[in-house]
Design a protein around this ligand. Structure first.
Ligand code: AMP
Length: 560
């Protein structure tokens, strides 16, 4: 078995490999690292995201740069801010034992002066998104005229996003004799053009088959009526209670609609699409990475660069027009050697598209039947049993054990299990006639909870002011989503969200008061501090942001 040592990495980098726990190089690393270390060459590597390609170009670049030279020697261009930050983070970790190494990320939507200041201190490697990089070159805030290595990462995505002209302009500012390394999941003609125009006899390395999807993705499809999609989605989620998934829709409106419905149905879900500000998108992505959100509903554009490992399922709520886009979507799962599932919901009339994808990907897509409510429920029970079996014992509960054992001693084992089962699933409707694939019990429970909480709300709630509003592109539902995910509170814990132009109000239960106030202490949004204050009903309160004094109270129509 090949090791990182046999690829030619130096001691400091090998130490980082050990700390990271990478046991052996991935296929792309195996093929790319020795070439880049030994030769001065241009390179085109066809590799999917999640194959370990950041390390494949990152390690050779780190080994080849001269730390004592403070000039920018390496440039990595990536399509999105998320990916840019991810690469910066990964390469910083890979170079953790290189003293004085300085890697700077530059990307849109953040303070340009601050980024320029960091570059000025000396950046050995700059990781950038095309738009911001071009802007900073024009303003002479960054100098890439002496770089030795230039990586174009996810080149196909960058071209998809219309960055061709920007990339062309950027490359004009780089020296001719640099090494260019291009990484792309697919090889559409546009990428070949870039390779031909800007690279000198590049070596070509392919991981897996060209344009094919990763092997460890299990592709499946369900034939569903157009109006059954949502119920089908819930059935799939119910059947996979441990799902950590990304659901793709075609439009921003549909994306938000699906997210809203899932949230209303009690799932930890959030939408990511182009109508959200960069900060809102960052917050959603952060919550997703931290697994505070279980289901991310995304448009293709917003999802570019989603670089989250461990995604168990990608669900194509609708298929995209282009098969390439399907490859990108499904490539979000089955990463880093893990197994993933890509699910397609398709209408009867569109079924021929499945064959087209199969041909293009040269892989089989299995037809699946919707699980019946009984099957879903059997799975739930199995999952519940697994959870019980794997629950860690809390030793401080031991003192209560004798009394509990004594009290339950008279109940036979079978009856006790029956009681536990009945209690756990007391709110589920097990009517076998119900075939709408939904957790009807959960729905009923949610409704009941909501009405109860509504009745209780006035007595034990706190009302807060927050200095974000419609100008930040929030409306009540998206602000509620944001607050819920940021505070990691459940659907019913944030309520009565009312959005004004420059500020908003929301309520939580009193028990969350200190937590809410503390949570926002250091939050910045679009370069301004987020200010959250407690309001007192009926009294006026001053707003630090200089907005007029305002009476509290809310219009009932705007929220629930
Ligand atoms: P990438 O394709 O660069 O986005 O990498 C995907 C994930 O694989 C990242 O989380 C890396 O930390 C991880 N990774 C990269 N190389 C290896 C390796 N040789 N062994 C195990 N995990 C790796």
């Amino acid at each position: 078995m090949s090791t990182f040592k046999s690829l030619g990495l130096n001691q400091k980098l090998l130490k980082a490999v050990e700390k990271l726990g990478f046991e052996s190089p991935t296929e792309v690393q195996l093929k790319v690292i020795p070439v880049l270390l030994k030769e001065k060459t241009d390179l085109v590597a066809l590799a999917q995201t999640g194959t370990g390609k950041t390390a494949a170009f990152g390690f050779p670049m780190l080994q080849k740069i001269d730390i004592d030279n403070r000039n920018t020697q390496g440039l990595i261009i990536s399509p999105t801010r998320e990916l840019c930050l991810q690469i910066t983070n990964d390469i910083t970790t890979y170079g953790q034992d290189l003293k004085n190494l300085n890697i700077v990320a530059i990307y849109g939507g953040a303070n340009i002066t601050e980024q320029a200041r960091k570059i000025k201190r000396g950046a050995h490697i700059v990781v950038a998104t095309p738009g911001r990089l071009k802007d900073m070159i024009k303003r002479k805030m960054v100098n890439i005229s002496a770089i030795e290595f230039c990586v174009l990462d996810e080149a196909d995505e960058m071209l998809n996003m219309g960055f061709y002209e920007d990339i062309k302009d950027i490359l004009k500012n780089t020296p001719n004799n640099k090494d260019s390394w291009l990484f792309s999941a697919t090889m559409p003609p546009e990428v070949s053009v870039i390779a031909k125009k800007f690279m000198h006899e590049p070596k070509e390395i392919t991981v897996g088959t060209k344009n094919s999807s990763a092997k460890n993705i299990n592709h499946q499809y369900y034939v569903v009526g157009a109006r059954e999609r949502y119920n089908a989605l819930r059935a799939v989620i119910s059947f996979n209670p441990e799902i950590f998934g990304c659901i793709f829709c075609r439009t921003k409106i549909e994306t938000q609609k699906v997210a809203d419905r899932l949230i209303n149905d009690g799932y930890k879900a959030a939408a990511i699409h182009g109508d959200l500000s960069q900060n809102q998108r960052d917050t959603v992505m952060k919550s997703f990475r931290l697994k505070k959100i279980q289901l991310l509903i995304a448009t293709d554009v917003a999802a570019r660069g989603i670089d989250v490992d461990d995604i168990t399922h990608v669900i194509n709520y609708q298929l995209p027009d282009e098969i390439e886009v399907y490859t990108h979507r499904s490539g979000r799962t089955g990463r880093a050697g893990k197994q993933g599932t890509s699910i397609i919901f398709i209408t009867k009339s569109d079924q021929r598209k499945i064959r087209m994808i199969e041909n293009k990907l040269q892989t089989k897509i299995a037809r699946k039947d919707m699980p019946s409510p009984e099957v879903i429920f059997t799975n739930k029970v199995k999952n519940w049993i697994d959870q019980i079996k794997s629950t860690p014992i809390k030793s401080d509960l031991k003192i209560y054990l004798p009394e509990a054992i004594e009290s339950l001693a008279e109940i036979e084992k079978e009856s006790l299990i029956e009681l536990m089962l009945s209690r756990e699933f007391r709110n589920f409707d097990l009517n076998p006639k119900s075939n709408d694939y939904s957790d009807r019990g959960r729905e009923r429970l949610n409704k009941r909870d909501r009405s109860e909480k509504k009745i209780n709300a006035p007595q034990d709630k706190d009302r807060f002011f927050i200095n974000v509003g419609a100008r930040d592109k929030y409306e009540w539902q998206s602000l509620k989503d944001f607050l819920r995910s940021f505070l990691n509170l459940s659907q019913d814990d944030v309520f009565q969200v009312e959005v004004m132009k420059n500020f908003s109000f929301f309520s939580t239960h009193k028990k969350h008061r200190d937590f809410v106030l503390k949570s926002f202490e250091n939050l910045m949004m679009d370069n301004r501090k987020v200010n959250v204050e407690l309001t007192k009903k009926g009294k006026t309160y001053s707003l630090k942001s200089g907005v007029k004094k305002k009476k509290s109270g809310f219009k009932k129509k705007k929220f629930r």
